[in-house]
Design a protein around this ligand. Sequence first.
Ligand code: UDP
Length: 411
Amino acid sequence: MHAPSLPDRSIDAYAAVTERDRLERLRSLAEALSDVRILHVNSTATGGGVAELLRSIVPVCNDLGIDTDWLVMDADDDFFEVTKAIHNGLQGSGEPLTDEMKATYRAVTARNAAEIEDEYDLVVAHDPQPLGMLEGLTERLSDAPIVWRCHVDLTDPVEEYRAFVSAYADRIDHGIFSRSAYAAAIDVPETSIVYPSIDPVTEKNRSLDEAEVATERDRLDPLSFDAPVVTQVSRFDPWKDQFGTLEAYRRARKDVPELQLVLAGGMAGDDPEGLALYEQVANEAVDDPNVHVLTDLPDTTINALQRLSDAVVQKSLREGFGLVVSEALWKRTPVVGSTVGGIPLQIEDGRNGYLVEPDDATAAGDRIVALLEDDERRTEFGANAREHVRERFLLPRQLVALLEVFVETLK
Ligand code: UDP
């Protein structure tokens, strides 16, 4: 296990975007947790939404006076191939789960559990990767309740994988899911529904001044913002359906010939599939100079790209929540997204973007055109988008909900 380095965060930085009552509620919950020590465990420090969330939540909790650690599992690609199969199986597709895969999973999780030496009063395990650690952890930290924070889309899991994960359920005291539809899949004693959130003060989401935007615009050359741009920011992962986005773009380009598409993505540390998919997507786009496949952009560049794009697309086939949707909406950019997982929680169809069926690239293309052809609509949707995220999907709201679960679980 290793502890990632974390930025400094102060709860005071959120005063400008949060009601005073909410900040007071946070402080009083933190007071109730001032003598407990909390451990978060997950499987990657970089890439993807979970790392993004922990990078904010952990330092803010410490600033609030809650002694909070974050440890990342040490593992190699053999393990991550198994956990990616588990992730895919829980989201509804997959290869058979073999005894060898189960053995790899058990060996690596047991080894990581054995490396935890400190005392903790509460453990929060994120997603399926650390579940195998729970046996070792409950033996050593016998009084520490376990919260399982599941970020995965559990709408339609493959039974074999659902059963594999469910076998760990009796070690879990409280399960937190991103949508009520997911909670039925795994039977744990207590459940809560907590929407994830974006952090408005990070480099990814803070406001940028004109000079900063101009610098990022130059950095993105040869992409030109003098012609329309639509963007999808996603890990290279089959669930993110970059090929469907390409199809939607090709449909939209028939009406908007100068249209450019950006597929910006990265490889999460725990995702061995990423590179192969990136190569396939880049290959598919190689003959079209208006398609820009960009990898590993710095956060400030992602920030500017989400701001400068005329529309953002999120054509996922499954999506636990999809932080990228709120990230774009917060920057007043309308989003065309599919009706899966957490996306419909964020997109209000016809108010801040459009929802389309996940297998309907033509509809996605049509909706992109509808936005590109109507400047007023984009501005109005952008204003609605900002308010929708401000009310529901900023970090202080999620933190209140999480701390409430922690206080309740420790009673
Ligand atoms: N992200 C990024 N660079 C990339 C691709 C993704 O910084 O090239 C970030 C993105 O901005 C978001 C997170 O990774 O904060 C992805 O979270 P989301 O919930 O959308 O999807 P996940 O990857 O967890 O399935």
